[in-house]
Write a protein that binds this ligand. Structure first.
Ligand SMILES: C[S@@+](CC[C@H](N)C(=O)[O-])C[C@H]1O[C@@H](n2cnc3c(N)ncnc32)[C@H](O)[C@@H]1O
Length: 264
């Protein structure tokens, strides 16, 4: 039994497998599903996929060994797409009609992701761009810079129009966000900056519930807490569950242990 976040306890961090956890949630319980699954990107042959830790794959030498490794990042594209189908179908079941899906990916997996989002029944609406700026990992000379990642967005059926600023709403949501990675705000090998997640969580109505089934260091929960949204963070790896609980506890000004004691 997974307890959903409440007004008093607006962010909960649940330790467990995302598919098992999503299947345990009731139909239509969430306003949005916003997440950053393992990309499983770049492995052309088996050796690429199995012989490197995520630290070796993602971390610059000067920061090596500082953040825990994580699993689920070593599938080939066909397996990754089938697996995405499984969780995207559950995601659609738990999100209310008109609610949002926002899920990150990189340029290699973008076409596979936009296909599988639609196979799972979502209405694909667009691709938001996170511009990591010129500070992103350097490209080879003669290449265009790999300085963007993408947040595919979709809705569960027709899109619900939001109130305008004049009507007391929060105004237009930008489709592109420029934000360099800062070491002080990076708590996961592939963590997203808090300002980027604060931008995205605004697709959920104030006070509404976001589910993040691949929560990592809890950045979606931290952003939700800042923006007055509720959030259920699901993460499988114990060290990241601890980091997420600490971070969310700090934003809410509460003791992580007493707030988020639930373990699958
Ligand atoms: C790309 S990271 C998310 C990072 C996050 N956005 C942040 O800012 O910290 C993906 C996370 O999904 C977790 N994960 C992978 N497979 C999982 C599964 N089947 N169930 C739950 N979590 C899983 C990994 O442990 C990893 O921490």
């Amino acid at each position: 039994m997974i307890e959903l976040p409440t007004e008093l306890e607006p962010v909960r961090v649940f330790q467990g497998d995302s598919l098992v956890a999503l299947r345990a949630l009731p139909d239509g319980c969430a306003d949005a599903l916003i997440t950053d699954p393992p990309y499983s990107s770049g492995g052309m042959v088996r050796a690429d996929r199995v012989n490197h830790t995520t630290d070796a794959k993602y971390t610059l030498t000067q920061h090596a060994g500082k953040r825990p490794n994580f699993g689920g990042d070593n599938m080939d594209q066909r397996a990754w797409q089938s697996w995405c189908y499984e969780w995207l179908v559950e995601a659609k079941r738990i999100v209310k009609p008109g609610g949002y899906l926002v899920t990150f990916t990189d340029w290699r997996q973008l076409p596979a992701l936009t296909d599988v989002v639609q196979w799972a029944g979502w209405v694909w609406r667009g691709v938001n761009v996170w511009d990591k700026t010129e500070a992103a990992k350097g490209p080879h000379l003669g290449y265009f810079g790999y300085q963007s990642e993408f947040a595919v967005w979709a809705t569960n059926g027709p899109c619900v129009t939001k109130p305008s600023l004049a009507e007391g709403g929060e105004g237009r949501m930008p489709g592109c966000f420029r934000q360099a990675v800062s070491v002080a705000d990076k708590h996961h090998q592939t963590g997203k900056p808090t300002p980027v997640m604060r931008w995205l969580v605004r697709c959920c109505p104030p006070g509404g519930l976001i589910v993040d089934p691949f929560g990592g260091s809890g950045t979606t929960g931290v952003a939700a807490a800042h923006e007055g949204r509720r959030c259920l963070v699901i993460e499988r790896e114990g060290p990241y569950v601890e980091i997420a609980r600490q971070r969310v506890g700090q934003v809410l000004g509460r003791d992580a242990g007493s707030l988020f004691g639930e373990v699958a």
